[in-house]
Ligand binder design. Structure first.
Ligand code: CTP
Ligand code: MG
Length: 553
């Protein structure tokens, strides 16, 4: 069945009858549309959370028979689905059909028999399975991959593509989060929620950021939000007759101090009692206080925050933008990968551009196309109904939540053209005087002298790229100009013209300078063998390796 694209229009700008069953000719079909969620964000989050609550994580012996393993677990109830993966050992994620099965399994589980060390008793949903007879089983399980492809594999895939558009879609396919990886992310949040629930029984730990906003790549960090709203609402809603009952609570002078106290205690708890959570750091003096830790079994680097509802809302907004048009994610993934390949982004915090800022730049760029590929946030606000109304800490976070109410764009530009135009647009952007603003989809005067100013869509007085230095911005501009130029040269050729030479996206990923020398004069290109050598050297170089070994930031 052909996916129906839901694109956009503001009321009054595109006629009602533009809604089509077919994609407009020339629009991109990635083949992954069925992976793009069309549900409301809140619906998707609730469904996945409920699934995760029926799921367990099991560390398995190296050699295990899948059939016997499943038979053994089925004693506790039917299994909905499961998968195995490797991360310093073999792990299984098993989703039961009913929550009761998890309880039944827990009831049958023993505390580990101790040697010299003493176990802190904790009944979690993270288990260790041992074989009574070590030698009888043979390993025969299929592994689900949780890692991004190596640069070598990616280059092979890109070289096999038939067009630049194919290359961008292939890159997306290689890097996007898989169904299994997404399940593992929700499960990890759910396991952390169990810990936090020891203090706050009605809390919810929700993933946000790239894990859920459709722009996550394999290996990206896991941003979590400890939502205590339910707990807070309990103390305000229950009134009856002339009486008002309140909980006795401790009071602190500010919201920030409350956040710091809560995170401090949860951090201690994760450090002391939570199996698999290591390297716990409390970063409580940051603008947005957080607890950072590594969840060993899943391999995720986790950032836990609380009182961070706006970030969850911005994830929801990005989710909508990512789901509206199949070109958006392909372009965002490509720009992020390109930036990482040229060390414009880094896993270390600093003066670099972040993935989040790059995503905003792509969204903004797509809003400026004619006709626009993405609607402005103001436009999404006008489409909102009463249910969508949302004010957080005095900030207007109202926008339409139902994807089906956003009309198709008529724009049919190819990814190749968009990529080239993206580089041209930002290679020539007046960063010295203008800011980027997805609320209006128009350049605005910069309110301060930060080199790069990207307005936070909800906290509109904040600049999401305040950290970026002038030299990092200049590096971005130089590389954007060079990349636009390379793609212009390519217009003359294409894969069929290039023989063994790197072309399209591959040429853009080579170290800067390599291209200028070799592609500078179309007619005096280096011999194919030499170009391939450059490519292979770049694959081998640390620099190129770096960009697949980091967590994508
Ligand atoms: N965020 C924000 N303002 C910032 C930085 C982050 O509002 N200056 C919010 C965004 O909602 C962002 C989330 O916090 O998506 C998580 O931040 P981060 O992990 O830095 O970005 P991701 O979008 O998750 O991308 P990455 O894959 O690099 O982790
Ligand atoms: Mg993140």
């Amino acid at each position: 069945q052909r996916p129906v694209l839901r694109l956009l229009s503001c009321p009054g700008t595109v006629a009602e009858d533009l809604r089509r069953d077919e994609q407009p000719s020339g629009s991109v079909e990635t083949g992954f549309e069925d992976k793009i969620p069309k549900k409301r964000f809140s619906e998707m989050q609730n469904e996945r959370r409920e699934q995760a609550q029926r799921t367990v994580l099991i560390h398995c012996p190296e050699k295990i028979s899948e059939k016997k393993f499943l038979k053994y677990l089925s004693q506790h109830g039917p299994i909905n689905n499961h998968f195995f993966y490797e991360s310093f050992g073999l792990y299984a994620v098993v989703e039961f059909c009913q929550k009761e099965s998890v309880r039944s399994l827990q009831n049958e589980t023993h505390a580990p028999s101790k040697g010299m060390e003493v176990a802190i008793p904790f009944r979690s949903r993270f288990f260790n399975l041992k074989l009574k007879n070590q030698t009888s089983e043979r390993s025969c399980v299929q592994m689900s991959n949780q890692l991004p492809p190596s640069s070598k594999k990616l280059f092979e895939v890109l070289c096999d593509a038939e067009s630049v558009d194919d290359q961008l879609n292939a890159l997306l396919k290689e890097f996007q989060l898989t169904e299994e990886n997404t399940k593992l992310r929700y499960l990890t949040c759910s396991l952390i929620e169990d810990i936090a629930a020891a203090y706050f029984p009605d809390c919810v730990v929700r993933p946000f950021g790239s894990s859920v906003n459709t722009f996550g790549k394999l290996g990206c960090d896991l941003d979590m939000f400890l939502d205590l709203n339910e707990t807070r609402n309990l103390s305000t809603n229950k009134t009856s007759g002339n009486f008002l009952m309140e909980f006795q609570v401790k009071n602190v002078p500010s919201e920030r101090i409350a956040t710091q106290k809560i995170l401090s205690v949860i951090g201690e708890c994760l450090d002391n009692f939570s199996p698999g959570c290591v390297g716990v750091q409390k970063i409580l003096n940051a603008r947005c206080p957080l607890v950072r830790f590594s969840h060993q079994a899943s391999g995720f680097q986790c950032d836990l925050t609380t009182n961070n509802r706006i970030a969850l809302t911005s994830s929801e907004l990005l989710y909508i933008y990512g789901a509206l048009d199949s070109r958006v994610r392909a372009l965002v993934f490509t720009v992020r990968y390109w930036a990482r390949a040229h060390s414009l982004t880094s896993s270390i915090p600093g003066a670099w551009i972040t993935n989040f800022s790059l995503t905003m730049m792509v969204i903004f760029f797509l809003q400026t196309r004619s006709p626009p590929i993405l609607p402005t946030l103001d436009c999404l606000q006008t489409l909102a109904d009463a249910e969508d109304k949302c004010i957080i800490e005095g900030n207007n976070c109202t926008f339409v939540r139902d994807l089906n109410r956003i009309k198709p764009s008529e724009n049919t530009e190819t990814l190749e053209l968009l990529l080239k135009e993206f580089f041209e647009y930002f290679g020539n952007f007046a960063f010295n005087k203008n800011s980027i603003n997805i609320r209006q989809g128009r350049e605005q005067n910069k309110p301060d002298s930060s080199p790069l100013y990207i307005q936070n869509p909800f906290e509109t007085s904040l600049n999401i790229s305040k950290n970026v230095s002038q030299s990092q911005l200049q590096k971005f501009v130089d590389l954007a100009q060079e990349s636009a130029w390379i793609l212009q040269q390519e217009d003359l050729g294409g894969p069929s013209m290039s023989g063994n030479q790197p072309w399209g996206l591959v040429a853009l990923l080579l170290p800067s300078g390599a291209n200028r020398k070799s592609l500078g004069k179309k007619k005096s290109r280096k011999p194919a063998s030499e170009k391939v050598k450059v490519l292979l050297e770049s694959i081998k170089s640390n620099r190129t390796e770096n960009f697949t070994n980091t967590n994508g930031k």
